[in-house]
Design a protein around this ligand. Structure first.
Ligand code: FES
Length: 145
C-alpha cells in the first residue's frame, strides 16, 4: 500500500486556500520545535461564520496537506465548530497519515485554534481559557521530513 493516500497527495500537490488574508480577523501561528515547521492560519469572520481562510505552511508535505484540508473543513462554518476540529478529523478526511506523520496534523489543529483565539482576543469575546489548553498529542515525537 502506498505510504500516502491519494487525498494527501492531492492536497500536498494542489493545496487549497494557500496565501494570506490582509484583512484577517484572526491569525494563528504555531510551530513544531523539533522539526522547525511553521504554520500560519488566517481567518475572516462575519456574523460568527468563517467566510474565508488562508494558510501558509513552511514545512513537510503532511503539514501542507493537513493545513489545506483543515481550511476546507472550517470554511463556511460557525467559528465554534472550528474549535471542535480535531487533528483526528483532519487525518480521517485525508484518508489517513502514516503514524510518524500524525504530529503534522496536530500543527493544523493548533493553527486553527490559535487563529480563533486571536479572533476572540481582538474582539474582546470572552471564552473559557480551558478551551485553549495545550493538547496532549504527540508533539514532541520525532519529525522525519
Ligand atoms: Fe514537522 Fe511534519 S510538521 S515533519
Amino acid at each position: 500500500m502506498a505510504l500516502y493516500s491519494d487525498k494527501v497527495m492531492d492536497h500536498f500537490r494542489n493545496p487549497r486556500n494557500v496565501g494570506k488574508l490582509d484583512d484577517a480577523d484572526g491569525i494563528g501561528e504555531v510551530g513544531n520545535a523539533k522539526c522547525g515547521d511553521i504554520m500560519r492560519m488566517y481567518i475572516k469572520v462575519d456574523d460568527g461564520i468563517i467566510t474565508d481562510v488562508k494558510f501558509n505552511t513552511f514545512g513537510c508535505g503532511s503539514a501542507i496537506a493537513t493545513s489545506s484540508m483543515a481550511t476546507e473543513l472550517i470554511k463556511g462554518k460557525p467559528i465554534e465548530e472550528a474549535l471542535d476540529l480535531s487533528n483526528k478529523a483532519v487525518v480521517e478526511a485525508l484518508d489517513g497519515l502514516p503514524t510518524h506523520k500524525i504530529h503534522c496534523s496536530v500543527l493544523a489543529e493548533e493553527a486553527v485554534r490559535a487563529a480563533v483565539k486571536d479572533y476572540y482576543d481582538k474582539n474582546g469575546i470572552a471564552y473559557d481559557p480551558e478551551l485553549f489548553k495545550e493538547s496532549e498529542d504527540p508533539h514532541g515525537e520525532s519529525c522525519e521530513n
